[in-house]
Design a protein around this ligand. Structure first.
Ligand SMILES: [Zn+2]
Ligand SMILES: [Zn+2]
Length: 205
């Protein structure tokens, strides 16, 4: 498996391009569409996966989806409509009215399994940062969006946030993954489940 990390505009959100066994996917095309398209050019992009719909994670979605028309766009069902509502995707906070120009092919739920590269990507619904936050588990890797960061957790003070749910979901759904699982968050650097279980100041096991 190859994982490319792009830190994209406007605030350096991590966009991941994952390739394995001749297939590829893009997680959180938050900005800098031309760079993402360039880095993924020639790959067999099967999915564009969204961990949630805050603007910094979806800002390049329209252009990237257009560039890879065979890729299925996937988002948790509770946030699908946020893609089309600037007040809910908070693009208004960046002085923009972002409305996604394309359609959603897959509405995710807890436990959804997406076939990929001869294996499956498992969807873990982890509301707390937002109601429709999901993490994507693939082999020994977890893409955690804005739920779990290295030694930190996602903010819960925005509409749809729930601090109690966030902590419960991290403890019950993420810390129960194997300790060796490498975590790639929506911001900043990677970590492991083993590290966070014992050292995360916000949520210990
Ligand atoms: Zn967010
Ligand atoms: Zn974010």
């Amino acid at each position: 498996m190859e994982i490319k990390v792009l830190q994209v505009a406007p605030i350096g959100t991590n966009c991941y391009i994952v390739s394995d066994n001749g297939e590829a996917l893009i997680i959180d095309p938050g900005g800098d569409a031309a760079d993402i398209i360039d880095q993924a050019e020639g790959l067999n992009v099967r999915y564009i996966l969204l961990t949630h719909t805050h603007y910094d994670h979806i800002g390049a979605l329209s252009d990237v989806a257009k560039a890879f028309p065979d890729a299925k766009v996937a988002v948790h069902s509770t946030e699908k409509d946020h893609l089309y509502r600037p007040d809910r995707n908070f693009s208004v906070g960046f002085g923009l009215d972002f409305v996604y120009s394309g359609s959603v092919q897959i509405e995710l739920a807890d436990g959804t399994e997406l076939p990929f590269a001869g294996s499956v990507i498992k969807v873990i619904h982890t509301p707390g940062h937002t109601e429709g936050c999901v993490c994507f588990s693939f082999g020994d890797v977890l893409f955690s969006g804005d739920t779990l960061f290295r030694s930190s957790v996602g903010r819960t003070d925005l509409p749809g946030g729930d601090a109690v749910a966030l902590i419960k979901n991290i403890r019950e759904k993420l810390y129960t993954l194997p300790g060796r699982t490498v975590v790639y968050p929506g911001h900043e650097g990677s970590t492991t489940i083993a590290w966070e279980r014992t050292r995360n100041p916000y949520v210990k096991l």
